[in-house]
Ligand binder design. Structure first.
Ligand code: F6P
Length: 549
């Protein structure tokens, strides 16, 4: 059954939230701590290796209760059941949304069109496991008999961002294989990657759910040609494997059926790293670590399904984000992991969040008259502190931020880790409390400035504070906690899509550009071009006149 269509702005809770916004908009979050001594503890959720402190938000207990009422009024509980049970909730594509089945235990059936998908999920998992083990122990070798040393993942979007983010995030757990990623149709990307590779020891994994994506097929063809020049056609069978739903097209490309890792249409590209799309992850960190990541995600799935909304991490984060997006008019959210290993995390979530919830038509087909998907951006701390934090602290925009940190470091360098975490705690404290004019005046006085100089300088040194943050403090960066962290954001996306009454699992908005690019590609070798706006015609002609022939 499909999801219901309820305009969230027509709910009683929405109207109450509007009133609560009027009450809270001029209140400083720091004062909420003074009024409620138990706030820090009450506004913290502890779950497995996670501690999520959301007390540094501009909310009080009433608002949180009303946000939960909003979730109840749109029947979130029922929507969650439909999501996990394989209902066709991606209605515009006529598909279920079942990335959660990929990490589900085989003993819990998940039905799609009355068939249990779990046996197939486990078949593919065991294919990933066997393949990984055979590559790592040298049972499977290249055409010249040498062991594989390098793997190139050829894909784009969800067929690239997820695996790449995880391979970097779990570098600490790395096997002996070096993993490379080619995604951009820019030929410089593929050339840079292959220039130092030895074809006799390199495995190529072509990842494309549709097997019709221009970038991936072009890169795969370029690599195939390069490979054949140095090896021969037969060697392809040993060096090229593919992950796709489109088995016919993969075989047309010349990949042997035994080298195809299938995936299902009920897995969205941006949620597919749990499927065979994660093959390069398994090769990078070993199958057991890959499976641990699935286990971590599955634990978060259980938490999300079972925990009451006011103790539920993804639900709470989603509701707070709606509070700022729809009532405070915040346009973006920053995601700041305090670990260099997660340096691609924000880029990965940009696709997950913005491709999912960047929609302006509701589930009844009407244009929405409220804000939906947030802009997502971020970089690891502490680097980001020295880059864009100035704007978060003293700019004119409200930018709620998630701070993700780890209690234990991986390399056990306490000195570095304490410094890192001191910055982690300092930033959220500064963003909450700011620095008052009085403190600034005292500081400047102590430094020996005159009254006149103090008056001149003080306004620039005042920090208003009251900038909302969530602190997500996790025991350690492991495959399991990473899996749970990714799943946490996946469920946040789902909750927001349900409340905004949009379809989160299609992506029609990227199609137009693809169609036009194909048309323009033809135009680049056509004499007289038409059917474009005047600006585009001028630009294409300028390019044709000046590009290499
Ligand atoms: O950008 C659109 C998109 O369809 C993404 O959703 C997807 O992850 C990406 O292209 C790649 O698609 P495919 O895996 O089919 O090559």
């Amino acid at each position: 059954m499909a999801l219901q269509s309820i305009n969230p702005t027509t709910t009683k809770a929405w109207k109450k939230l509007q009133k609560q916004y009027d009450k809270l908009k001029d209140i400083h979050a720091a004062s909420l701590f003074e009024a409620d001594k138990g706030r820090a503890a009450d506004f913290t959720i502890r779950w497995n290796e996670f501690l999520v402190d959301y007390s540094k938000n501009i909310v009080d207990k009433d608002t949180l209760d009303t946000l939960v009422e909003l979730a109840n009024e749109v029947d979130l509980k029922n929507a969650i059941s439909k999501y996990f049970e394989g209902d066709i909730i991606n209605e515009t594509e006529g598909r279920a949304v079942l990335h959660t089945a990929l990490r589900n235990d085989i003993s819990n059936p998940v039905l799609v069109n009355r068939d249990d998908v779990m046996p197939e999920v486990y078949q593919v998992k065991s294919k990933i496991q066997n393949f990984t083990e055979e590559i790592l122990d040298g049972t499977r070798r290249g055409f010249s008999g040498k062991n594989f040393t390098d793997v190139v993942n050829i894909g784009i979007g969800g067929s690239d961002l997820g695996p790449q983010m995880v391979v970097d995030a779990l570098k600490f757990y790395k096997t002996d294989l070096n993993i490379h990623f080619v995604s951009n149709v820019d030929g410089d990307h593929v050339q840079e990657v292959i220039k130092n590779l030895d074809p006799t020891t390199t495995l190529f994994v072509i990842v494309s759910k549709s097997f019709s994506t221009q970038e991936t097929l072009s890169n795969a063809q370029t690599i195939r040609k390069w490979f054949i020049k140095l090896a021969d056609e037969e060697a392809i069978g040993k060096h090229f494997v593919a992950v796709s739903t489109n088995l016919e097209k993969v075989q047309e490309f010349g990949i042997l059926p035994k080298n195809i890792f299938p995936m299902n249409d009920w897995v969205g590209g941006r949620f597919s790293l749990w499927s065979a799309v994660g093959l390069s992850i398994s090769l990078a960190v070993g199958y057991n670590n890959f499976d641990e990541m699935l286990y971590g995600a599955s634990s978060m799935d259980s938490h999300f399904k079972e925990a009451p909304f006011n103790e539920n991490i993804p639900v709470t984060l989603a509701l707070l984000s709606i509070w700022y997006n729809n009532f405070f008019g915040a346009e973006s959210e920053a995601i700041i992991p305090y670990t260099q290993y997660l340096h691609r995390f924000a880029a990965y979530l940009q696709q997950g969040i913005m491709e999912s919830n960047g929609k302006s038509v509701d589930r009844a087909g009407n244009r929405v008259d409220y804000q939906t998907g947030t802009l997502i951006w971020g970089e690891p701390g502490t680097n980001s502190q020295h880059a864009f934090f100035q704007l978060i602290h003293q700019g004119t925009k409200l930018i709620p931020a998630d701070f993700i940190g780890f209690v234990k470091s991986l390399h056990e360098d306490k000195d570095h880790h304490d410094k890192l975490m001191a910055n982690f705690f300092a930033q959220t404290e500064a963003l909450l409390s700011g620095k008052s004019l009085q403190i600034v005046n005292n500081e400047l006085k102590k430094s020996g400035l005159s009254t006149e100089e103090i008056e001149k300088l003080a306004p620039f040194k005042v920090f208003e504070g009251n900038k909302p943050t969530n602190t997500i403090l996790i025991e350690q960066l492991t495959p399991k906690t990473l899996g749970a962290l990714i799943a946490m954001y996946e469920h946040k996306i789902f909750v927001q899509g349900v409340i905004w009454n949009i379809y989160s699992y299609d992506q029609w908005g990227v199609e137009l550009g693809k169609q036009l690019a194909n048309k323009i590609l033809k135009d680049l070798s056509t004499e007289n071009i038409a059917n474009h706006d005047a600006s585009t015609i001028n630009l294409i002609n300028y390019y044709k006149e000046n590009s290499d022939s």
